[in-house]
Design a protein around this ligand. Structure first.
Ligand code: G1P
Length: 275
């Protein structure tokens, strides 16, 4: 069973300026719920209870969101407006949140390494909240934890992308075990055009085994001078095993304006309007 989920939420959200100048990008709402809450709900649906946030300066709204707001509660107690807080109250009651700060932006690998003391020596989930996922059947992270029970190694979620989009992602090369499952043999972070090893791009859902921390500590800066999780996962794949899983469901890149608008329309039509 995987209990812990790590949320790297220290990033600047530059693609959403000026909206993200003083507000964390993870607090941008898709309809009426912030992105990070969708991510935490997905982790809870996968059986996880301990949420570890790697935050940074200017991200306090995230910690406040997962805490009780006494003034607000007192103000609306007994009124019909209380109903708006039902879901988030239940969520807060069902999780433990821990926070640590990433002092310098040195890449996703570095952010994950900052979470070592919050995670310890157990396998854990990772959710990049600006990738909003809706699973078909089980949610995406729950699909992955089931696979973890079987394989007991790190798992990355992948999806097919057109070649011209591959440069935005970590891209894997793998040996197919099933239609939707590959044993990773190679991995490249944001390959240059024409150098992508396949059309299978990693999205922001991972299950990682804790040996990733010692690998990350030894991982030199890679693409863009940052410590890349992709490079550490390649080491794990070469010395052990990493699986790539073509998840069942939808994923929206809410770090881009286009993806954000698409996700908003999708959620409005398929979730909000059907309540
Ligand atoms: C990160 C990872 C990349 C992955 C992507 C998924 O990149 O480094 O391998 O494909 O998330 O969203 P970022 O989008 O943070 O640049």
């Amino acid at each position: 069973m995987i209990h812990k989920c790590l949320f790297p939420v220290a990033g600047y959200g530059t693609r959403f300026l000026p909206a993200t100048k003083s507000m964390p990008k993870e607090m941008l709402p898709i309809v009426n719920k912030p992105l990070v809450q969708y991510g935490v709900e997905e982790a809870v649906a996968a059986g996880m209870k301990d949420m570890a946030f790697i935050t940074g300066r200017g991200k306090r709204a995230i910690a406040d969101h997962f805490d009780i707001s006494y003034e607000l509660e007192k103000e609306i107690a007994g009124s019909s407006k209380e109903a708006y807080l039902t879901d988030i109250r239940k969520l807060i009651d069902s999780i433990n949140c821990t926070f640590t700060r990433q002092k310098k932006m040195m890449g996703l690998g570095h952010a994950i390494l900052c979470g070592e003391t919050l995670i310890g020596q157990e396998a854990f989930g990772v959710v990049l909240a600006d990738d909003l996922c809706f699973g078909e059947g089980d949610e995406v992270l729950a699909q992955m934890t089931k696979l973890y029970e079987q394989f007991r190694c790190s798992i990355v979620a992948v999806m097919e992308v057109p070649k011209e989009e591959a440069h935005k992602y970590g891209v894997i090369e793998g040996e197919a075990l099933r239609d939707d499952l590959f044993r990773v043999t190679s991995m490249v972070e944001k390959p240059a055009p024409g150098e992508e090893p396949s059309n299978l791009a990693v999205i922001g859902r991972y299950i990682l085994t804790p040996d990733i921390f010692s690998i990350l500590r030894e991982t030199p800066p890679g693409k863009n001078g940052e410590i890349q999780l992709t490079d550490a996962l390649l080491q794990q794949a070469q010395h052990g095993c990493v699986m790539a899983y073509k998840f069942k469901g939808k994923r929206f890149d809410c770090g881009s304006v286009e993806g954000f608008v698409e996700a908003t329309n999708y959620c409005f039509e398929n979730i909000y309007a059907k309540k």
